[in-house]
Write a protein that binds this ligand. Sequence first.
Ligand SMILES: Cc1cc2nc3c(=O)[nH]c(=O)nc-3n(C[C@H](O)[C@H](O)[C@H](O)COP(=O)(O)OP(=O)(O)OC[C@H]3O[C@@H](n4cnc5c(N)ncnc54)[C@H](O)[C@@H]3O)c2cc1C
Length: 101
Amino acid sequence: MFLDLCGIDLEKKVAEISKEERSKVVNLLKDFRITPIKLDDWDKAIVTAGGVNIKEIDPTTMKSKIVENLYFAGEIIDVYGPTGGYNLQICWSTGILAARS
Ligand SMILES: Cc1cc2nc3c(=O)[nH]c(=O)nc-3n(C[C@H](O)[C@H](O)[C@H](O)COP(=O)(O)OP(=O)(O)OC[C@H]3O[C@@H](n4cnc5c(N)ncnc54)[C@H](O)[C@@H]3O)c2cc1C
């Protein structure tokens, strides 16, 4: 697909690629733009935004400021980060804190 976008004939051998075509490859590698057009559906969701407002939770215990003896951990709380471990860390950290409290 990449070579297609560069306009390079896929039947060509590497040695047959011209200087201009190599230039196109380099330029596209350095400036490859993707425009997201929509979100994927619920089945593919990785993390949820929304949930219990952190202002309603004591951050030192994860205890609800509103309901007695109610503690929160993980996805139910309105915090999230980019994919890459932040969300799991949020779940583990809030989970252990709630459990110890
Ligand atoms: C495909 C995918 C990829 C992901 N990749 C990453 C990643 O790379 N990095 C990252 O940081 N995060 C990632 N996440 C997000 C991360 O996995 C979640 O944020 C985290 O697992 C949430 O943990 P949790 O314990 O809060 O909730 P969950 O893991 O959803 O646990 C909730 C549990 O409660 C149970 N449950 C639900 N209702 C009831 C009920 N009524 N009674 C009893 N039990 C119930 C469920 O069965 C479930 O076991 C990914 C998520 C998905 C779906």
